[in-house]
Design a protein around this ligand. Structure first.
Ligand code: S3P
Length: 447
């Protein structure tokens, strides 16, 4: 455990200033490695997130027979085995802290005729896997998990997979993607019906690798029907991963709440299904602009310019939740610095992330003297810039990287320092977080 302490920047430093590049997008990095491992030939990946979660997926794919290595220019090379070509692993596949890693890999292996066991850390072992087990069983796969559908879990993939039609009962890109990956080695057409749009990185990545998809909007709603024709010919590709908007979020909120700040964050992925936080912050009065908009490997990308802003509380539309699901912890920090109430509802899914993010945020905010009310499906934070955040607490992070980073950002505006009990978990998604943020003017130290 590494205790980290965050305190107000030294006043003479003059706010957070500079240009920065946060690490590669976590969702896209997992998918790039997986698709590369399935395509025959060499896929190269520049800008891969080298966080523990993604390195865990790389190790898992290597254990299943893919050849993956990094060259001295930090470019990753993946030599794929072809769809259906993965071989049985010799050992348990340890997926660490990564819900995305384990759920996508469960999907992939559900239609390979082999047996594999997945394990994870204390956080991942508490998370529900039934949401992927149920649809993947329809393909003909068998799962045996602890207490039903928890890790460790053993999958025996289908020898003769059957195509599936499945309507998602929860808005989850992980579940959608697990089904789509299982469909790749299944003859015929698999259909996923998504009533609430979630991040569509898998759809974009499939198309980039040459899988033709049939995407139909659902009548009278915002969702769509996704049809995947199985056993396509994948084309190995060169990829450039955009940086992660979920990681950029911490720097953006830091600049908004720290006086005299201006940051430019380069090459950030702006997939419309990921930028709900930026829209919400703009609704709150944030000075956030996009420069140099472009497209990279099928994903929209831009540089983000952000300046200190006087924020006001808002009610976040619940239907926006899937597009900012990982950003509510850091939104709570912006809300604590804003004038008035910020109401966040419709967030049942936050209770089954790396931690129960509603309970953990509420406990930590209260310990730091922030006024917050817990709801079954969210929280309401009341901010008042004239009543400073007291701080002086050590917040328990419960193996949750985004809780750790969020409270370190709250330390920027608290009277007394804020500690997080375990900063090492930040390495799952943002390995150089402390160095990068301190380079911009934050004051985070190891205790
Ligand atoms: C992810 C989907 C989301 C998100 C997670 C990454 C993905 O999870 O919270 O960090 O890469 O598909 P859910 O699908 O559970 O909403």
């Amino acid at each position: 455990m590494t205790t980290l302490r965050s305190q107000k920047p030294i006043p003479t430093s003059g706010g957070l200033k500079g240009r920065l590049r946060v690490p590669g997008d976590k969702s896209i990095s997992h998918r790039a490695l997986i698709m590369g491992a399935l395509a025959v030939g060499e896929t190269t990946i520049a800008g891969l997130l080298e966080g523990e979660d993604v390195l865990g997926t790389a190790a898992c794919l290597q254990a299943l027979g893919a050849d993956i290595y990094k060259d001295d220019q930090d470019c990753w090379h993946v030599h794929g085995v072809g769809i259906g070509g993965l071989r049985p692993p010799e050992n348990v596949l340890d997926m660490g802290n990564s819900g995305t890693g384990v759920r996508l890999m469960m999907g992939l292996l559900a239609t390979h005729p082999l047996t594999a066991t997945f394990s994870g850390d204390a956080s991942l072992s508490k998370r529900p896997m039934g949401r992927v087990v149920t649809p993947l069983t329809l393909f003909g796969a068998h799962f045996h998990g602890r207490d039903g559908n928890m890790l460790p879990i053993t999958v025996t993939g289908a020898t003769m997979p059957l195509p599936v039609s499945y309507e998602l009962p929860v808005a989850s890109a992980q579940v959608k993607s697990a089904i789509m990956l299982a469909a790749l080695n299944t003859p015929g057409v698999t259909t996923v019906i998504e009533n609430t749009p979630t991040r569509d990185h898998t759809e974009r990545m499939f198309e980039y690798f040459g899988v033709s998809l049939d995407l139909q909007p659902l009548e009278g709603g915002t969702g769509r029907r996704i049809k995947v024709t199985g056993q396509p010919e994948l084309v190995a590709r060169d990829l450039k991963v955009p940086t992660d908007p979920s990681s950029a979020a911490f720097a953006i909120v830091a600049a908004l709440i720290t006086p005299d700040s201006e940051l430019t964050i380069e090459h950030v992925g702006l997939n419309p299904a990921r930028i709900g936080l930026f829209t919400t912050l703009q609704d709150m009065g944030a000075d956030i602009t996009y420069a140099n908009k472009r497209e990279e490997c099928g994903e929209p990308v831009a540089d983000i310019v952000v300046r200190t802003s006087a924020l006001k509380g808002v009610t976040v539309p619940p239907e926006r939740a899937p597009s900012m699901i990982d950003e509510y912890p850091v939104l709570c920090v912006a809300a604590a610095a804003a004038t008035g109430q910020t109401v966040m509802r419709g967030l049942e899914e936050l209770r089954v992330k790396e931690s129960d993010r509603i309970a953990v945020m509420v406990t930590g905010l209260k310990a730091c003297g922030v006024q917050v009310e817990e709801h079954e499906d969210g929280m309401t934070v009341s901010g008042n810039p004239d009543r400073p955040v007291i701080g002086g607490a050590c917040v328990e992070t419960h193996l949750d990287h985004r809780i750790a980073m969020s409270f370190l950002m709250l330390g920027l505006i608290s009277d007394a320092p804020i500690d997080v009990d375990d900063g090492s978990v930040i390495n799952t998604s943002f390995p150089n977080f402390v160095t990068l943020m301190n380079g911009l003017g934050t004051n985070i130290s190891i205790m």
